[in-house]
Design a binder for this molecule. Structure first.
Ligand SMILES: C[S@@+](CC[C@H](N)C(=O)[O-])C[C@H]1O[C@@H](n2cnc3c(N)ncnc32)[C@H](O)[C@@H]1O
Length: 226
């Protein structure tokens, strides 16, 4: 158990090693990341020990940087788990900004709430427990950022809901679009791989978005609303 824990500390489960970069290059990228605050580090350790599939610090930094670039004040997140990516959004939007956390699992939401309170960002975050797609479909306002990290079979459905709920110049960002490299398989049978392939095709061909997949970790699709 102790050996397993220290192996996970050396190679956290959220790293998705060497998908598009060689191992040493990947190590270098992670070694360059500035130290995170105490609560974020605790969340990273918890995620690695319990195999919670968080984006991890390299991708989280991209998310925060993108939010800062467009001066985002409102973020809607689909699939928040223990609230790791939510925390990075909350830091990006600042005291006056708002972030919507969504997750289907109330235990995740309870754990996330504890982290948000300890980090002093809970006032910026609305926690919604239930189906993220349903909640998004009820939204009347337009957001600056919509972040998609839910079950992969639902990605095409998410895309259909996003455009009216995102402001012009806003960002629709989606994690895991390279799906551990399975998007490059010749005849994928797995439903999740097929859904991601459909999603990527629809997103790149959408007249509403200008899209690039950043090959960092498991692939991050960044789509600018035209
Ligand atoms: C990959 S994890 C999210 C990780 C989080 N974005 C982070 O990086 O810290 C996906 C989460 O989405 C939740 N989920 C999946 N489908 C959902 C849905 N339709 N509605 C709400 N939550 C969903 C799961 O419970 C899971 O906790």
């Amino acid at each position: 158990m102790a050996a397993n824990k220290s192996a996970k500390k050396d190679k956290p489960s959220w790293r998705h090693h060497n998908l598009t970069t060689a191992g040493p290059v990947d190590d270098y990228l992670y070694s360059m990341l500035p130290k995170r605050d105490e609560v974020l580090v605790e969340m990273e350790d918890y995620a690695s020990e319990h195999d919670v599939p968080i984006v991890g610090p390299a991708v989280a930094r991209v998310l925060q940087q993108l939010a800062l670039t467009i001066n985002a004040q409102s973020v809607f997140e689909l699939g928040s788990a223990i609230g790791y990516s939510t925390m990075w959004w909350a830091q990006a939007v600042g005291e006056k900004g708002r972030v919507v956390y969504t997750d289907g699992d109330p235990k995740n939401a309870a754990r996330a709430r504890g982290y948000f309170e300890r980090a002093g960002v809970s006032k910026r975050i609305t926690i919604h427990t239930g189906d993220a797609l349903e909640f998004l479909s009820e939204q009347k306002q337009q957001y600056d950022v919509i972040f998609n990290d839910i079950d992969k079979e639902d990605y095409p459905r998410v895309l259909r809901l996003v455009s009216p709920r995102l402001r012009k110049g806003g960002l629709f960002i989606t994690d895991n679009v390279l799906w551990s490299g399975r998007v490059a398989e010749k005849n994928p049978k797995d439903a999740r791989t097929k859904a991601i392939l459909e999603f990527n095709r629809l997103l790149y061909n959408s007249v509403d978005f200008y899209t690039t997949i950043l090959p960092i970790r498991d692939g991050l699709a960044v789509a600018l609303k035209k």
